[in-house]
Design a binder for this molecule. Structure first.
Ligand code: GTP
Ligand code: MG
Length: 478
């Protein structure tokens, strides 16, 4: 990796707009000198001890006062960037910070690029790339869980697991490479088996890390849930009930919703994009027909589908036709309007309904047909906001397929997943070569590929353009 560039960079580190204070941050080998040039206080900043705060004023090069500030001096190497850092806490609002930044630039600093402060932390070896990405995730976290995962990643939880895998891989690679010095005839098959076994250990570790992916990706990227069903069963009412506000239009007329409506809720700390769709039916109205087509596309593209039925009318043939077009594994059946149905004692929120049954011949026994066609359903009343807790529980089971959401640290990033898959593939190819008595040189190349793919995750072997792309996600000043 490159060395940390020494030039002085500056940026506004807080959001632009009205606020209590705003911070302008400077870093680089001459950061303190640059700051000192424009700061007038009781004492000079040059020569100040590390991690001290100084009251004073920013003066521009013509001697005019720009703002009253508190300057925080942090000296290398215990700083965010590993270089000297000075932060000016100026008055909030767009103008003071902007003026202070201008004066910093006049004094010789250069405007920082997006994420350049964090990039220096990476180049300075204070954090690895996984941790740098965690910082971007912390800034953009939309839910409590997303923030917790990102914080865990920043503290090095994932880096530590990747570090262990790296050690296993290095041992495996060294063992494979040690075979190259021997001629094929001199290598005992028991040696090959033992080394292949080391490869299997690596492959298992990769699989374990990858098994966290589904949960990790859900937490980070969020999941989509499409609400579908016949017209008038209460899909829009259910969306409103889950959002706890009247977002979608609800009327007693079937065919009210046309365009899909999307809103995000926080389900156990995971952002869930709810998509209310048009009721499925065949219709001559071109606008409604387009709505139905979009509803079908939304159901096909969603991670989970809520199929809403009307308890008052019971399961109809149209419901079964719709159910037949859905992927059963990803479907949660919702029985709405339970307030319209007289209740008997002992009724609970969960029922089973015969939704996938066709009564078709060819099944071995009646019992089996029934069992296969009946599915669990959650009873709710969107109108009275009843049964929603049970519904949310059913949704999270469907989303996480029983995996514990709290299972951190997870691999949450597509880039990491992609690299880990390549690590696993290379290791497996190396194992096959060993087990099939293939050329050990080739096995060694595969083992080396695996280590280098792993290095891409932590930043050791990440190509420069990928690094650039990652830091473009950051804000200026981070
Ligand atoms: N009693 C009762 N009525 C409900 C319930 N949920 C919805 N409704 C009523 O059912 C009618 C249709 O509700 P919507 O939410 O518009 O139904 P929809 O499925 O979105 O209908 P389309 O958009 O036309 O497909 C309205 O009159 C709602 O007030 C419920 O839980 N109980
Ligand atoms: Mg609707």
């Amino acid at each position: 990796m490159r060395d940390v560039p020494g030039d002085t960079i500056a940026a506004i580190a807080t959001a632009i707009g009205p606020g209590g204070i705003a911070i302008v941050r400077i870093t680089g080998t001459a950061a303190v000198l640059t700051a000192d040039r424009i700061f007038r206080g009781a004492r000079r900043l040059a020569g100040a001890s590390s991690h001290t705060v100084h009251h004073g004023h920013i003066i521009d090069l013509t001697g005019r006062e720009v703002d009253e500030v508190l300057a925080t001096v942090m000296l290398a190497p215990s700083t965010y960037t590993t270089q000297d850092v000075v932060e000016f806490g100026c008055h909030g609002g767009a103008m003071p910070a902007r003026r202070v930044l201008e004066v910093c630039l006049d004094a010789g600093a250069r405007m920082a690029r997006r994420g350049e402060f964090t990039e220096r932390a990476l180049l300075g070896g204070r954090i690895d790339l996984v941790q740098a990405e965690a910082i971007a995730d912390i800034v953009s976290a939309k839910t409590r869980r997303g923030l917790e995962f990102a914080l865990g990643q920043l503290e090095g939880a994932l880096s530590k697991r990747l570090g262990l895998l790296r050690e296993e891989l290095l041992v495996f690679r060294a063992e494979v490479e040690s075979l190259i010095d021997f001629s094929d005839d001199d290598i005992e098959s028991s040696t090959l088996t033992a080394i292949a076994e080391l490869g299997h250990t690596c492959a298992c570790s990769v699989d374990l890390l990858l098994s966290d992916c589904a949960v990790g990706a859900a937490v980070r990227e969020g999941v989509s849930v499409a609400i579908v069903g016949r017209p008038n069963v209460g899909k829009s009412s259910l969306l409103n009930a889950l959002l706890r506000r009247e977002r979608a239009i609800v009327t007693a007329m079937p065919g009210t919703t046309r365009d899909a409506i999307e809103e995000t809720i926080d389900l156990e700390g995971v952002p869930v994009r709810l998509i209310d769709t048009a009721g499925w039916r065949s219709t001559a109205d071109p606008a409604e027909a387009e709505g139905v087509a979009r509803a079908q596309a939304a159901a096909a593209g969603a991670d989970v589908v809520l199929l809403v039925l009307d308890m008052a009318s019971g399961v109809t043939n149209d419901d079964k036709v719709i159910a037949g077009q859905l992927d059963r594994q990803r479907t949660v059946v919702v029985l709405n309007k339970r307030d319209l149905v007289p209740r008997t004692n002992g009724d609970c929120g969960l029922k089973t309904v015969d939704l996938f049954g066709t009564g078709a011949a060819g099944t071995t026994s009646r019992g089996e047909t029934e069992k296969a066609s009946r599915v669990k359903a959650v009873e709710v009343s969107a109108l009275r906001a009843e049964g929603l807790v049970e519904l949310q529980r059913a949704m999270s089971v469907a989303i996480f397929e029983g995996t514990s959401v709290s299972a951190a640290p997870a691999v949450t990033n597509v880039r990491h997943v992609d690299a880990l898959r390549r690590v696993g593939q290379a290791v497996r190819r190396a194992i096959s070569l060993l087990e099939e008595n293939g050329p050990v040189e080739l096995a060694a190349i595969e083992a080396a590929d695996a280590t280098s793919s792993l290095g891409e995750i932590t930043g050791e072997t990440t190509p420069e353009n990928v690094l650039q792309h990652i830091f473009e996600r950051f804000c200026v000043g981070k």
